[in-house]
Design a protein around this ligand. Structure first.
Ligand code: ADQ
Length: 754
């Protein structure tokens, strides 16, 4: 429609211009035609005069006033349709003879004068005539007489009109030809422009150009390949430059990235744990927000995109707060996006979550000397629940190509299931726990299925490059896949997966949030009062879920060794261990909690005394402000994970210490150790080394603490959780752009080949 309108806008003025040209050309045509025909008539006049000359001479010689013979001759001659009349003027300027139609008012003198002009015309009542003056017998000196020839000029007008119609016809035909050519050219280039403009609007400006460039010939196939390779290089370069950028990431900057790069794209987040849990307490529904780094990181994304979050509905009031399809708008006080709950039976939750995920995958990936347990029934439950989540995601998707952010080891099979049903989706899977080496992973009876499932992802993210490397090596060991180490990507059965590291982090506390914090001195005093400890008691703090990977056993051993080796600390230092019970329905976890309790009793019995307990175990969930208070009260925070994807406690401790005091003792086996170089990094299996680090932390001068803490704070402030989300989503946006370009290049190549 637009094309037509545009073309009409062009063609109508063109047609108008042509007609105007034809109209304006009429006087010109008339003038030209008259000129041509005047010359023609002059010539004809000469011929007639020559033809009559002899007869006239003879008649005049016989009888100077020859009447009838000449009159008859003249009447015969004017039968020519164009010759209107003839007159013969004598040497004395008298009209000697004339044909019947000769106008008597045209005297010889006047006829002669007219005959000498360039436009010799005389108007008769019947029309205009051409006046010709021809001396008779001019060749041999002449008789002195002259012929006046009056030619009809109306045929000139007729011919001029005919010529004009012919001219209009030619111009019109020419106009039609020009219009047709213009339409065809316009149609072709308009299509190109529209496609280009659409591509630009979709952020594929380059694609439009490349698409057009790659259209014509199969010999461009190598060029297309080269182009693809170049695009990948550019993408790699861009990713590297983004990592190097130093402007801090904030929720606003993340939102603006989403607006710019994923504008209008549908985002679906999938996690086992939901961001809002409704619990029934007596007669009322209470909303809980789980304290989770993942929720903190992904909430701004969801708020900015108004997308959908799919998660297991685990709260006691979840069903009644959601609609028939399990949907509820959240946050409850300011709804911005949809939470879609997936319902699981107790058996399903037991098999999928506690069984396969936490008794199988968790120990398998952490290699923390707890044997993974793989039961066939758990695997079947895991497969079933993964398929259920894939169904829910497909049902929630409003477009063919949503951006799906899958979280963690609970959904290893979902990427491939989704890829089969939404081939154009951009699937980002983030694996929050470590990836072991190929030998360790080989223990899993369903290792191939897990790998195949994950390779349905467009992007598979880990916390560290080391985990990426382990994953690539594992694929290399167990699957027939094409690995491109240079681009860190794997091509398996036609699907390409980028393997990239995205170290997760925390939201750096805002000014407003910091304003609610009590001064460090108050925190110290309150925590000590609660423990019944004097003001000079030094405090080591550990905050963990009750999990064997967190190295709580090793931590207590290290404290015991510290007191043993440096008795001056006995009575002067306490380890405050906050441990949230976790997965308590599992035998392994219950046994572990009992073991810790026994160890604490043992150390306290060995080094404690009235009013002094070297280890205080608070085995309960704490609200975030209480955890923060403990961080601020600590002389040192002790993180001794045996293996940990990242460990957010280390980063939370650093963020909490705006007084730039306090020491971080950090396990080298936590992903956080790759970034937090100013911590005292330890091998938690090496009890002696950890005890030494505790001793050093407790004795560290304030200036050294400040220097280290300032540096740690700079890292965490910059490498915050918004950067984590932004890097993944930025890669997803570029991935989508590249996919579109490649699809376009491929389409044109096939078209050209066909
Ligand atoms: P987790 O294993 O749960 O996470 P971590 O990263 O340390 O480990 O996060 C624990 C969170 O729980 C922290 O926010 C902490 O404050 C909180 N927490 C711990 N004990 C608590 C208590 N008693 N009461 C209240 N809150 C408590 C997994 C991986 C990690 C990875 C994260 C994020 O195992 O390696 O860092 O995911 O990807």
């Amino acid at each position: 429609m637009n094309t037509l309108r545009l073309q009409l806008r062009f063609l109508l003025p063109l047609a108008g211009a042509l007609l105007l040209a034809a109209a304006l050309s009429q006087p010109l045509i008339d003038r030209l035609a008259l000129g041509w025909f005047s010359r023609d008539l002059t010539l004809r006049g000469t011929l007639v005069a020559d033809a009559l000359s002899e007869s006239i001479e003879r008649a005049l010689q016989r009888e100077p006033n020859a009447g009838d013979p000449l009159r008859q001759l003249f009447d015969r001659t004017v039968r020519d349709e164009r010759l209107v009349a003839l007159g013969l003027c004598g040497p004395d300027g008298r009209l000697l003879q004339a044909s019947a139609a000769y106008p008597r008012e045209l005297g010889c003198a006047q006829a002669r004068a007219l005959g000498d002009t360039s436009s010799p015309q005389w108007r008769l009542p019947s029309g205009t005539v051409h006046v010709g003056w021809r001396p008779v017998g001019a060749a041999d000196g002449g008789t002195g007489a002259a012929l006046v020839l009056l030619h009809d000029l109306s045929f000139v007008e007729r011919r001029s009109r005919d010529t004009q119609w012919l001219l209009v016809g030619v111009i019109a035909a020419l106009g039609v030809v020009i219009a047709l050519i213009t339409m065809i050219v316009a149609q072709l280039s308009w299509r190109g422009w529209v496609q280009g403009a659409r591509a630009l609007l979709r952020g594929e400006g380059l694609a439009g150009l490349i698409g057009a460039a790659s259209r014509p010939a199969p010999e461009l196939a190598p060029l297309a390949r080269e182009l693809r390779a170049r695009l990948r290089d550019l993408e790699d370069e861009y990713r590297r430059s983004l990592v190097a950028q130093d402007a801090p990431w904030t929720p606003e900057r993340l939102r603006s990235l989403l607006r710019q790069q994923l504008h209008g794209e549908e985002v679906i987040v999938v996690s086992n744990r939901e961001p809002y849990i409704h619990d029934r307490v007596g007669d009322s529904l209470v909303v809980r927000r789980p304290a989770s780094g993942l929720v903190t990181a992904l909430e701004p994304v969801m708020r900015a995109c108004s997308g959908t979050w799919v998660a297991h509905g685990s709260g006691t009031g979840d069903r009644e707060s959601a609609d028939r399809d399990g949907r509820v708008a959240v946050p409850p006080d300011d709804p911005r996006y949809t939470l879609r709950r997936v319902w699981l039976t107790e058996e399903e939750e037991q098999g999928y979550y506690f069984g396969f995920a936490n008794e199988g995958m968790w120990p398998l990936c952490h290699v923390a000397h707890v044997r993974p347990v793989f039961r066939e029934s758990d695997w079947q439950a895991y497969r079933k629940v993964n398929a259920r989540f894939a169904d829910a995601i497909v049902r929630e998707a409003r477009s063919e190509d949503p951006v799906v952010l899958l979280q963690d080891y609970h959904f290893a099979l979902v990427p491939a299931l989704l890829r089969a049903r939404l081939p154009r989706a951009t699937i980002i899977t983030f694996w929050h726990i470590p990836w072991p080496n190929p030998e360790s992973f080989g223990i899993c009876p369903w290792r191939r299925e897990i790998l195949q499932g994950l390779l349905g992802s467009s992007i598979l993210g880990f916390h560290t490059r080391y985990h990426c490397k382990n994953f690539i090596e594992t694929v290399d060991r167990y699957l027939e896949a094409r690995i491109e180490h240079e681009h860190s990507s794997i091509n398996y059965r036609g699907t390409e997966t980028l393997i990239e590291s995205y170290p997760i982090s925390i939201a750096w506390p805002s000014e407003a949030e910091r304003a609610t914090w009590s001064p460090v001195e108050d925190c110290r005093r309150r925590v000590r009062e609660r423990l019944g400890a004097p003001a000079d008691r030094r405090l080591l703090v550990g905050v963990d879920r009750f999990d064997y990977i967190k190295g709580i056993v090793e931590r207590i051993h290290a404290v015991e060794r510290l007191l043993e080796k440096y008795p001056q600390w006995v009575g002067r230092v306490t380890l405050l261990q906050i441990a949230a019970p976790s997965r308590s329905s599992l035998e392994e976890y219950r046994g572990f909690q009992d073991r810790i309790a026994n160890m604490v009793e043992h150390v306290n019995a060995r080094f404690g005394r009235p009013g002094y307990r070297p280890v205080e175990l608070l085995a309960e969930h704490h609200e975030p402000h209480a955890v923060n208070e403990a961080y601020r009260a600590a002389d040192a925070c002790v993180v001794t994970s045996l293996h940990d994807g990242m460990n957010l406690v280390a980063k939370e401790f650093v963020a909490a210490r705006d007084d730039e005091q306090g020491v971080l003792v950090l396990s080298r086996f936590a992903g956080a150790a790759r970034e937090l170089n100013e911590a005292l990094v330890v091998n938690p299996y090496h009890v002696e080394e950890t005890a030494e680090a505790l001793h050093r932390a407790l004795g560290m001068p304030a200036a050294e603490q400040r220097e280290r803490m300032a540096s740690l704070r700079a890292v965490v402030r910059e490498h915050n959780v918004y950067r984590w989300a932004a890097r993944m989503l930025g890669d997803a946006a570029r991935w989508r752009l590249r996919e579109r370009i490649e699809a376009r290049v491929e389409r044109h190549r096939l078209e050209a080949e066909a």
